[in-house]
Design a protein around this ligand. Structure first.
Ligand code: FPP
Length: 240
């Protein structure tokens, strides 16, 4: 598939390196997350303009609770700030926001902001911006398995369990509009691992790793990665 205009329908990003970006500048880690949020805003706009249908970002993993209370608090304060500053523009740009993960566990004020964001953008029809928040892929798969088990035992659905059935019970499934599997996953900051992100969904995803720390990631690099994606030879296990 080499098409000079092709834009992947779903791009997912592991926004890594905020802490190192801050440390290099002798700033607190929260300053790195703040700079990371600015980069995130730029990429949401770029994805929307370029015609990407789904953009998913890993904002907070189920493992991120192990960080200091100060850092966790700073990330959720940023979420509130993000909603305040971006809600109008997201609506102007027709962006629909969804959350992947168990956001019931996040601090109350952040949850209220998030619910306002979801409610206010729910009828938009442009880019779907999926924020993975308190998200972990293994937890997501176990949750789906338990939900299927319950639905079968109540007679709501019948077995056997199929791939499509399991997919439909994931956070990326029916509850969030049946998000297609990501065609491309980008991880910044030089780390080359998935860190419990979209493990089921990335069976045939192309990976792109860049050394750029997330706060330094910009539209130009995003476009260069999309360009390089166009030249990948995707065979999905088949042969040409
Ligand atoms: C990873 O960098 C980044 C995070 C765990 C947080 C990402 C959050 C944002 C980009 C802004 C907040 C946005 C929302 C919607 C809440 P790291 O801290 O692991 O960096 P390091 O590996 O250099 O320490």
């Amino acid at each position: 598939m080499i098409n000079s205009n092709y834009v992947p329908s779903h791009v997912a990003i592991i926004m890594d390196g905020n802490g190192r970006w801050a440390e290099k500048r002798f700033l607190p880690r929260a300053a790195g997350h703040n700079a990371g949020m600015k980069a995130m805003k730029e990429i949401v706009k770029a994805a929307s303009t370029l015609g990407v249908k789904h953009l998913t970002v890993y904002a907070f993993s189920t493992e991120n609770w192990k960080r200091s209370q100060e850092e966790v608090g700073a990330i959720f304060k940023l979420l509130i700030k993000y909603v305040k500053s971006e809600l109008m523009e997201l609506n102007q740009n027709n962006v629909k926001v969804k959350v992947l993960g168990d956001y019931s566990a996040i601090p109350e004020a952040a949850k209220e902001s998030l619910e306002q964001l979801l409610e206010s953008t729910k009828n938009n029809t442009g880019l779907q911006f999926n924020i993975a928040l308190n998200y972990g892929s293994r937890m997501e798969i176990v949750r789906a398995a338990n939900a299927i088990n319950e639905a079968i035992s109540k007679g709501i659905i019948c077995g056997p369990i199929t791939e499509d059935m399991l997919s439909s019970y994931l956070y990326t499934g029916v509850e969030n509009g049946s998000i297609p599997d990501p065609e491309l996953i980008i991880r910044t900051s030089g780390e080359q691992r998935l860190s419990n992100f979209l493990l089921w969904q990335c069976a045939y995803t192309e990976f792109f790793f860049t050394d750029t720390l997330w706060p330094d990631f910009d539209k130009d690099e995003f476009e260069r990665i999309l360009e390089s994606f166009r030249n990948r030879d995707r065979r999905f296990g088949g042969r040409k």
